[in-house]
Design a protein around this ligand. Structure first.
Ligand code: NCD
Length: 312
């Protein structure tokens, strides 16, 4: 039986193309199951999972929780805002206390890049990174690529532009790694101030003219400006950002061909994308959300089955 090459999902950087293919095949199976009238399977019945969210989240937290429940795992939820972290407890202490309640897997979102990698070295559980600062958000990239595969048949050979705040976006970095692993051509587009200095080293095309980028691509992934990660101004005003990098209906209709529109959410309607575009038939934003549950079920299932094998 095929299995993942890793015991944790810390970032797309650390997994292989084969791992991604295995996750997609497993997600195909779970997607079929969650569309049945009985959506629950007993696969993770003896597994306890802690969802540790040290940073805000709506979609990702709900999606993981639903995936865990559909697999019949026992689930505990922890959010930093209402915990002893505020009393000065360290990350390892917090997690070890939770693990002593016999938790097998930890899904963690944390504002510090590398928090999951650190944790995986110090605690005895399978760790899934649900977003670590501006570093990686692997399940988002997996569900994004899976949604492209579903819509266009394949990821290989497709041209994908990631638009907006590349500098502060974990979604951008994980997507770049995942798309490249699967053989897509990747472009980033945004204001120069929001493109990291090392971007050239990642082997992606760089464009600062949105219309040119959109005319090049098959798929445009529109990112939110991560205001919460900015201490200085990276562009003069939101209105100017929208004028240069916002996607609206007239721009979309002026393109040579029909492209697919994606967004990881949460959307700032009227800033990076207008409502008519977000709600148009070219947008697959809600399909991304639906696929997120199947992808997370696949990741949890594959990591849990590795754990069982390692125990033997
Ligand atoms: C993203 C995140 O939190 O990194 N959202 C998500 O997980 N769907 C993107 C964002 O916050 O803009």
């Amino acid at each position: 039986m095929s299995e993942l090459s890793v015991n944790h999902l810390l970032g797309i950087k650390y997994i292989t193309e084969k791992d991604v293919e295995l996750i997609f095949e497993t997600a195909d199976h779970f997607k079929e199951i969650i569309n049945r009238s009985i959506k629950k399977v007993p696969s993770l019945r003896d597994i306890t999972i802690a969802n540790l969210f040290f940073e805000n989240s709506t979609r990702t937290r709900l999606s993981f929780e639903l995936a865990e429940k559909r697999l019949s795992a026992d689930v505990i939820n922890f959010s930093a805002a209402s915990s002893s972290v505020k009393k000065g407890e360290t990350l390892v202490d917090t997690v070890n206390n939770i693990l002593s309640m016999k938790v097998d897997m930890v899904v963690m979102r944390h504002p510090n890049p590398g928090a999951g990698i650190f944790l995986a070295k110090h605690v005895n559980a399978s760790i899934i990174n649900a977003g670590d600062g501006a570093h990686e958000h692997p399940t988002q990239a997996l569900l994004d690529c899976y949604s492209i595969r579903e819509k266009l048949g394949d990821v290989a050979g497709k041209k994908v532009v990631i638009v907006g705040d590349i500098l502060h976006s974990r979604v951008a970095l994980s997507n770049i790694f995942a798309l490249q692993k699967l053989g897509a051509e990747v472009m980033v587009c945004g204001p120069k101030t929001l493109l990291p200095k090392y971007i050239g080293e990642l082997g992606v095309r760089v464009e600062t003219n949105l219309k040119k980028a959109l005319n090049w691509c098959d798929v445009a992934n529109m990112l939110r400006v991560q205001n919460e990660r900015m201490e200085i101004s990276y562009f003069p005003t939101t209105r100017e950002y929208t004028q240069q990098f916002g996607l609206n209906k007239s721009l979309l209709e002026s393109l040579d061909k029909e492209i697919v529109i994606m967004h990881p959410g949460p959307i700032n309607r009227g800033v990076e994308i207008t409502s008519d575009v977000a709600d148009s038939k070219q947008a697959i934003i809600l399909n991304q959300v639906e696929n997120g549950v199947a992808i997370r079920m696949a990741v949890l299932y594959l990591l849990a089955s590795k754990m069982k094998h390692d125990d033997r």
